[in-house]
Design a protein around this ligand. Structure first.
Ligand SMILES: Nc1ncnc2c1ncn2[C@@H]1O[C@H](COP(=O)(O)OP(=O)(O)O)[C@@H](O)[C@H]1O
Ligand SMILES: [Mg+2]
Length: 224
């Protein structure tokens, strides 16, 4: 009973949201209504320039709507398009360490680091210098950073745009595994212009001409 009630509380809720950049008359985001009510793999697809990054900035509060209402109860972690724009430290362990914001023992820290690296398929990478990682490994390290800082919602802005196909599939599979974990599923909103990625999602919406469609199952998604 408790779990079902909790599932009804949206993690993210947009009500009649409009947005335009200063000096622009036309709305880039138009009457946007959607909710994310439960964990899972959510994807928004749209062509270049359709407003996907703008939508993410509205979700994480970097920009404010011109009108409408946004409610976010999510503790959001970000993964950016360019893996080189995110990682600050010289190796995997130090990058993970700066994302731990609790006072915990050395023993617990070591356990957490081992655990999150395992969750993103990078067991044993602790001492690896960041400059020796592939783009996909960097993206998975960024996901591990969100996990180690106890985020319950990861926003990914075209995380595979700069990756080759092998790395692309590994990052997709990592998020798929985390969002379909039976005990403690993660919530992820993945933004993409690559329509072939949609089959990994639980729910898909398309951003087109400023308008976000309803959520649909990927198999029912109409390619317009
Ligand atoms: N800070 C800004 N000021 C003015 N226009 C912007 C700004 N950021 C993006 N835009 C414009 O808004 C449109 C959508 O951009 P964006 O949200 O980045 O799209 P996408 O991520 O789908 O490629 C583009 O036409 C872009 O030029
Ligand atoms: Mg973008």
């Amino acid at each position: 009973m408790r779990a079902s009630l909790e599932n009804e509380i949206p993690l993210i809720h947009f009500k009649d949201v409009y947005f335009s950049y200063p000096g622009k008359k036309e709305n880039l985001i138009f009457k946007c209504n959607f909710s994310i009510k439960k964990p899972g793999f959510w994807m928004v697809v749209g062509k270049n320039g359709s407003g996907k990054t703008t939508l993410l900035k509205l979700i994480n509060g970097i920009i404010k709507p011109k009108s409408g209402f946004i409610d976010s109860r999510a503790n959001i972690g970000m993964v950016f398009q360019n893996p080189d724009h995110q990682i600050l430290m010289p190796n995997c362990r130090s990058e993970l360490l700066i994302n731990i914001d609790q006072y915990i023992s050395q023993n617990e820290i070591n356990k957490k680091i081992e655990n999150v690296l395992d969750q993103v398929g990078m067991k044993g990478f602790e001492k690896r210098p960041v400059h020796t990682l592939s783009g996909g490994q960097k993206q998975r390290l960024s996901i591990a950073c969100a996990l180690i800082s106890d985020r319950n919602f990861i926003l990914l802005d075209e995380p595979t745009a700069f990756l080759d196909q092998t790395s692309q599939l590994k990052v997709l599979q990592t998020i798929k595994n985390l969002t379909s974990d039976i005990k403690n599923p993660l919530s992820a909103l993945w933004i993409t212009h690559r329509y072939e990625e949609l089959t990994y999602a639980d729910s898909v919406a398309e951003l087109k001409n400023g308008f976000l469609s309803d959520w649909q199952e990927p198999s029912k998604f109409q390619y317009n």
